[in-house]
Design a protein around this ligand. Structure first.
Ligand code: C5P
Length: 416
């Protein structure tokens, strides 16, 4: 998989501390992907980590010197010539992955007997640890107490996952996948962004309207643009509730995901979360109609008959309209953003939707082109505002489109 550049990570200096667990081999991929995303990754390895992976491996994927010795002088372009001070001095983040039980214990006790633990004490940047260990070591009271101590001191912890260990045992203690760890890094770096303390509700995916226990009516929406919007909002420090009808995408790290299936379920979840939210982005493709009744048993064709099936469909609630009217009544004014996927008269239809639903912005997509709209990774769009303004977003990845939209939403939320 090609790692896209990530705006938030451009030229961020990340010190990646690698300690001695088998998961050390997995963070070679992490170091590579962070570098490809635009970060400057300085790897510090403990002696035990070097039993699993060599410094040369990390040097090859980061293109930067790897640090191992406490007593060495720094020759690797760090701000001071004393390596253990220089490493922590100007870093934006110190990430320890995998963090073994031993290193966590040393950190909790304030011990500093190698380059990594000295750097931990000298660093002034946020500290994120990703514990990974076999057997019951993670759940052991000693490890849990050490983690509680570190959390109390402001250390952020990326929870390990459950699954199979190298030993063959099963339990909690596996290092999360690279994309999850990149999410944790983004969440840590973004949390003080311009949208901190703002709650944003985002919907994604195509709703499913059941006909019977095995069939449903849905649409071609993948949820990718909505998930990219959630990630862009998280990168700016927002609290994100992602009301999702998409089922297969990896949830952005730090988002509260509320899974829904039908338009009615989505409406109820959005109304609930919009009571105290500052913005709503309705990127979901909500079904406009649902079957009037849901058959209790599977609908059967009659043997020997060529009769068709007649379905009675009724309207679903218009979620944006419902929220817009709810806030008019309460005299509150969250930022409301709609999306319009049209196959003809794009801008005329979009402008009328913006007025009718009482929106601040409407993002119009032309779904006729094959490189934009449903299911693909790229998009092109026009943002309409309620004063008649138009901003054209040229063909770009959904992540880049999401950042542009979120900047506009941010400008509206932080009104002078
Ligand atoms: O379906 P339509 O083109 O009207 O969708 C425009 C916007 O309204 C989208 O943002 C969509 O999520 C939202 N919508 C809604 N409730 C519906 C249908 C659409 O909020 N029942």
């Amino acid at each position: 998989m090609v790692q896209e550049r990530i705006t938030l990570l451009q030229n961020k200096r990340i010190v990646l501390g690698v300690t001695g667990g088998i998961a050390a081999y997995k963070v070679v991929d992490l170091a590579s992907k962070l570098t490809q995303a635009g970060a400057l990754v300085d790897v510090v390895m403990t002696a035990a980590a070097r039993e699993f992976v060599t410094p040369l491996t990390f040097q090859a994927v980061t293109g930067r010197a790897v640090h191992t010795a406490l007593w060495g002088m720094n020759s690797g372009g760090l701000p001071t010539h004393i390596a253990h001070i220089g490493l922590g001095e100007s870093a934006d983040l110190l990430l320890i992955a995998p963090a073994t039980a031993n290193t966590l214990a040393k950190m909790a006790a304030g011990l500093a007997d190698d380059l990594l633990t000295v750097t931990v004490l000298a660093a002034r940047c946020p500290l994120l640890v990703s514990p990974a260990m076999d057997g019951g070591m993670y759940e052991h009271a000693a490890t849990q107490e050490n983690l509680a101590t570190l959390r109390r001191r402001g250390v952020l912890v990326a929870e390990p996952e459950e699954g199979r260990f190298a030993s063959g045992l099963v339990g909690k203690g596996r290092l999360p996948e690279t994309q999850t760890l990149i999410g944790a890094v983004r969440h840590t770096l973004g949390r003080l962004g311009r949208l901190r303390h703002r709650k944003i509700v985002i919907t994604a995916g195509g709703t499913r309207e059941p006909l019977d226990p095995v069939r449903f009516i849905t649409n071609r929406s993948s949820g990718k643009q909505g998930y990219a919007l959630a990630q862009a909002a998280l990168d700016l420090g927002a609290q994100v509730v992602l009301v999702s009808a998409a089922r297969t995408l990896l949830a952005p790290y730090g988002a509260q995901v509320v899974p829904v299936e039908t338009a009615e379920e989505m409406c109820a979840a959005v109304v609930e979360h919009m009571k105290d939210a500052d913005a709503l982005l309705m990127a979901a493709a909500v079904a406009d109609f649902r079957p009037q009744t849901i058959a209790e048993q599977k609908i059967k064709k009659r043997e020997g008959s060529s009769d068709g099936l007649h379905l009675d469909l009724v309207r679903t609630p218009d979620i944006l309209l419902t929220v817009s009217e709810m806030h008019k009544k309460a005299q509150t004014a969250p930022v409301l953003v709609g999306f319009a996927a049209e196959s003809e008269h794009l801008l005329e239809n979009a402008a009328s939707k913006l007025r009718r639903k009482g929106l601040d912005l409407l993002v119009a997509n032309d779904i006729r082109s094959s490189d934009a709209g449903f299911d693909v990774d790229t998009n092109r769009a026009v943002i309409l505002d309620k004063n008649g303004g138009q901003e054209v977003l040229a063909l770009a990845s959904k992540a880049v489109i999401a950042e542009s939209i979120m900047q506009r939403v941010g400008d509206l939320m932080i009104r002078p």
